[in-house]
Design a binder for this molecule. Structure first.
Ligand code: NAP
Length: 244
């Protein structure tokens, strides 16, 4: 279904990003990972995905918080693969703490990676999508933005900003056949949430954490032509955690 399409997945060598890479590759997409570094994780994932699905996959070292690096990376990917059709803004970090004591550096780091990173990569792909008259932007938000989770002022604000960016991107590019949607996961078992399960599990109506593959299945729908009339939305995937 995605043969001949190239998906750029930021932070794609671990956790939810890696699951999204596997899923999109299983649908035939070529994969470009934008990761902080080309390391053991990305080497192993490249090997696994190319052997299993026979698609092209390459990792590019790129700090999404740096606009120039994002522009250069997308240019390089476009040159190497010939197209960029799907952009998954997945890279993200947490630096949790109560507002009372949250350090300015921790606020800035989270905003710069999560929010500015999403803006940087979307802007770097903007002209390509416009010229192609097709594109799929998938932004990783969080239920933290919807709930205002205590201890996550920086993270929740960054993810709220991503929801706003999703709507702006959707409106600006809708007439060009480009869709942009946000996924708001609840509690998903990855390195980011390691050790926090006991704190959250009782709040999840389904009584269990989500798996990276749960999120990847939704991303696959948003990356496919099946979702061509869906844009500017925020879809929760949280076992009911943020039912309002
Ligand atoms: P994860 O395994 O920690 O993945 C985050 C990825 O982002 C890592 O590969 C990390 O690289 C990369 N990254 C961090 N800073 C970067 C930067 N400046 N430039 C490029 N890459 C960078 O966590 P995850 O749970 O899969 O999270 C994926 C996304 O889902 C995040 O946006 C997160 O906020 C969102 N989310 C997760 C949950 C959850 O419960 N897990 C819930 C809601 C939303 P390194 O490993 O090299 O640092």
């Amino acid at each position: 279904m995605l043969k001949g399409k190239t998906a750029v997945v930021t932070g794609g060598s671990t956790g939810i990003g890696a699951a999204i890479c596997r899923k999109l590759a299983s649908m035939g997409a070529d994969i470009a990972i934008a990761a902080l570094a080309c390391d053991e994780n990305s080497d192993n994932l490249e090997k696994e995905i190319s052997e299993t699905f026979g698609v092209r996959i390459k990792t590019y070292a790129c700090n999404v918080a740096d606009a120039e690096q994002c522009k250069a990376t997308i240019k390089q990917i476009h040159g190497d693969f010939g197209n960029v059709t799907i952009l998954v803004n997945n890279a993200g970090i947490t630096r949790d703490g109560l507002m009372l004591t949250m350090k300015e550096a921790d606020f800035d780091a989270v905003i710069n990676t999560n929010l500015k990173g999403t803006f940087n990569m979307t802007q770097a792909c903007y002209r390509i999508f416009m010229k192609q008259k097709y594109g799929k932007v998938i932004n990783l938000a969080s239920v933290s933005a919807l709930l205002g989770t205590a201890g996550q002022a920086n993270y929740a604000a960054s993810k709220s900003g991503i929801i706003a960016l999703t709507k702006v991107t959707a409106r600006e590019l809708a007439s060009r056949g480009v869709t942009c949607n946000a996924i708001a996961p609840g509690f998903i078992s990855t390195d980011m949430t390691k050790g926090l399960e006991d704190q959250y599990i009782g709040q999840i109506p389904m009584g269990r954490p989500g798996k990276p593959e749960d999120v990847a299945n939704l991303a696959a729908f948003l990356a496919s032509p099946d979702s061509d009339y869906l844009t500017g939305t925020v879809i929760r995937i949280d076992g009911g955690l943020a039912i309002s």
